[in-house]
Design a protein around this ligand. Sequence first.
Ligand code: NI
Length: 273
Amino acid sequence: MLVDSHCHLDLPHFDADREAVIARAWAAGVTRLVTIGTGLPSSRAALALAERYAGIYAAVGVHPHEAKDFDETTLTELEALAQHPKVVAIGEIGLDFYRDWSPRDAQARAFEAQLDLATRLELPVIVHDREAHAAVLATLRAHLPPSPSQGEGPGMRGVLHSFSGDTAVAQAVLALGLYLGFTGPVTFPKAADLRTVVAAVPLERLLVETDAPYLTPQPYRGQRNEPAYVRYVAEGVAAIKGLSFETVAEQTTANAEALFFSHTDTETQKRPG
Ligand code: NI
């Protein structure tokens, strides 16, 4: 069994064959997947998919690329969407200083407001960080919710998705209590730096994800990515760590269950009938 902890099934890349893509995921042993919103329309679309399929869950949020349009109304609507029992996280949120498609002050405002929203709703966060490691870490530290050691709250829960930093950044993220998510590039022959990071991250703190339709792993690199290919990411992690595929699949599934789904299952069990 496997969990694809990050994909974008609402995108038009899947309009022609979405049903078949989802069916192939289940056939490949994917038991659950999280489809991630990047703005309000995309968050609504992600939730619509989650309502239609038992194994699909949604994250709602505004991506740094779309942060220029983020305002109080956006925040109110996100909060309303996040009440749905199949919303398992706020995301994806964060900072992208590589593309800079939104002004950096707008990115910072959207990121901070959504971190606070996640704290208020006690939901995990899914964080996007592209060439913004120092600023992302500083923002996360400044918005740390109260930790259990302080006798209240769940502490920081979430994942730094498609991790692209070095081992020092990884250690800082781990120290904050977050998971690290890895994608197709772990399978690329030239990604030696990334393999060093994967080797240093404890398996208990690691998630596998596709970020489909992007970041396609070997052997399908260059084609559209899809959740079924999360198996190749897990195989890549297993090869780097010298572990069996089954060990990586089991532990990363347990990690995703702990981060995203334990609360959902409790809620489901609590519901009468
Ligand atoms: Ni993504």
